[in-house]
Design a protein around this ligand. Sequence first.
Ligand code: UDP
Ligand code: MG
Length: 340
Amino acid sequence: MDGQVRYSIVIPVYNEEAVIHETYRRLQTVMDTTGETYELLFVNDGSRDRTVEILRGFCSVDDNVKLIDFSRNFGHQVAITAGMDYACGEAVVVIDADLQDPPELILDMIAKWKEGFEVVYAKRIARKGETWFKKTTARMFYRVLRASTEIDIPVDTGDFRLIDRRVCEEMKRLPENNRFVRGLVSWVGFRQTAIEYVRDERLAGETKYPLKKMIKLCLDGITSFSYKPLKLAGYAGFLCSVAGFLYMMTVFYQKLFTDQVVPGWSSLMIIQLFFSGFTLIMLGAVGEYIGRIYDESKGRPLYIVRDFVTKQQQHQPLQSVPGRMEASNIRELASKRRPS
Ligand code: UDP
Ligand code: MG
């Protein structure tokens, strides 16, 4: 553990040039009021706008700012993971860059942490400025997820949370690739508590979570924490077989004891359509898991860092390409470059 920094704030950023100045200013103001040491760890997730230049600018004037610059867009959850790998604070806070999560809430989180809680997550009691579609689907998702898993994953909770150093160390030991960070934090355990807040509108710019990414996140959440979809396919398959068997009996009955003509084309078609549809759904469920097994079995590093930038060390690429398992080595390396 690096004793130098008390708080690490991890901020994943993807094309946020419109808000990043304000985010930096607000975070700086809030963190300065703590009177303790902190680092603002921006993770640039392959932005294509001017975000990275702006962040480098912050690094060059502010000792507290650090930048992890990804070689391409690896996704929000991976960016958070990288931030946790690099963070050296005694408490680590993850916050979105678009100021939907009010930075001022960090102070309340810190207060709870000082009371002895190891995870303080922020629960949205309302969401402003988001579409009806997003709110409804998100609401449904958290409830389905909760119903389908044994792990106590709190509803309406995003990745805005504070975790203690010990929780962070445990998170670093989880090697999976398709990460649903908020679920993993619940899985890790420790003393957890919530604070409630109203989620603001995005300050500027538009969401970096299009439907496609949202679906990926939902599927990661469900498949990482539940086998229910697979079981469901099994149950449904069983029910269909029973129904099929009963229908077969009636067909036999009609054939043997009545003089009705052969059952028509329509019933054949219905059965055909129903079962092929069902088979495809089942294959889909299996495919979701197989795809993930495939991902995990490849054992690729989760992300690639092009640069780790601090005020003292600009533009210095890391000597080796880090894999997740060597995260602690990287931090060692990084801390060696930090002034003593
Ligand atoms: N983000 C990221 N990589 C991505 C997508 C998003 O690092 O591929 C960041 C983004 O810059 C923001 C946070 O993740 O800081 C949450 O994204 P966003 O606000 O667009 O999601 P929403 O709040 O709309 O769900
Ligand atoms: Mg947002």
